[in-house]
Design a protein. Structure first.
Length: 256
């Protein structure tokens, strides 16, 4: 399956370019929304959780921002990625190509968007004087790769199942909102009651968010246990996603 996808790599590149160009087509700010969107969300959460519902965390806006940008990528894979087959159903019906190309292209496009958003993260860290650790940054590409695999696995599962269950598109919007509050994005993991921490760490996004925060907020190398857990969960999800997608894609044309 992967060999076949590799043969269609030019199609993947073309779809990624098309998605990046058309993402904000027709809007006034255009591609600047890539940077404005996470900044606005950071401002809203910062006002709520550092002024109204005080968290008591030093430089909360940085604490939040370094986890919010990766979460936005994952959230787009979970919710918008679920409709990637439905949105391209005319293409699926008319020509043959590995259907796996569509979720790969979408996730890659969203991943590029996240990388561009990280330019804002680094700008905030540098211009506020908070600083960065170049040693810790060596681990950043690794955790980004793990999150890419996790996002791809989630998109494969969601997009394949949504073809058969159209209501899933709306259900995942609620799931995504709940999932964010079950992930330590806006609070530290220490706030999780001891008896529930095991279940929270079964959440594949928990070790990923912790690793991002270790690297960019605490300016230290993430623990090997955190990296290992994130990698294992990411690989398991993408493998399950590939198997499920490969099984369900046989009925796509009939369902569409």
């Amino acid at each position: 399956m992967l060999i076949e996808v590799y043969k269609y790599r030019q199609m993947v590149f073309s779809l990624v370019r098309k998605d990046l160009r058309g993402r904000y087509k027709g809007s006034v700010l255009g591609f600047l929304w890539t940077f404005v969107n996470p900044l606005l969300q950071m401002c809203i959460y910062t006002v709520v959780f550092s002024t109204i519902m005080r968290m008591g965390i030093d430089k909360f806006y940085i604490f939040l921002f370094v986890a919010l940008v990766p979460w936005l990528f994952f959230s787009s894979c979970l919710q918008s990625g679920a409709t990637v087959i439905l949105q391209n159903q005319d293409l699926v019906k008319k020509i043959y190509f590995p259907r796996l190309v569509l979720p790969i292209a979408y996730v890659t496009s969203s991943f590029v968007n996240m990388l561009l958003s990280f330019l804002v993260v680094f700008a905030v860290l540098i211009f506020t004087g908070y600083g960065i650790s170049f040693y810790a940054l060596l681990y950043l590409p690794l955790i980004m790769l793990v999150e890419y695999l996790l996002g791809l696995g989630i998109t494969l599962i969601a997009s394949a199942c949504t073809v058969y269950l159209r209501d899933l598109e709306h259900i995942l919007g609620i799931v995504g909102m709940a999932w964010m509050y079950l992930t330590p994005v806006i609070y530290p993991p220490e706030m999780i009651p001891e008896q529930y921490r095991f279940f929270f760490h079964l959440n594949p996004m928990t070790p990923i968010v912790i690793a991002y925060r270790d690297i960019l907020y605490y300016k230290q190398a993430p623990q090997l246990q955190t990296l290992g857990l994130a990698a294992v969960l990411g690989i398991l999800v993408v493998l399950f996603g590939c198997l499920l997608f490969n099984k369900l894609q046989k009925g796509f044309i009939e369902e569409l």
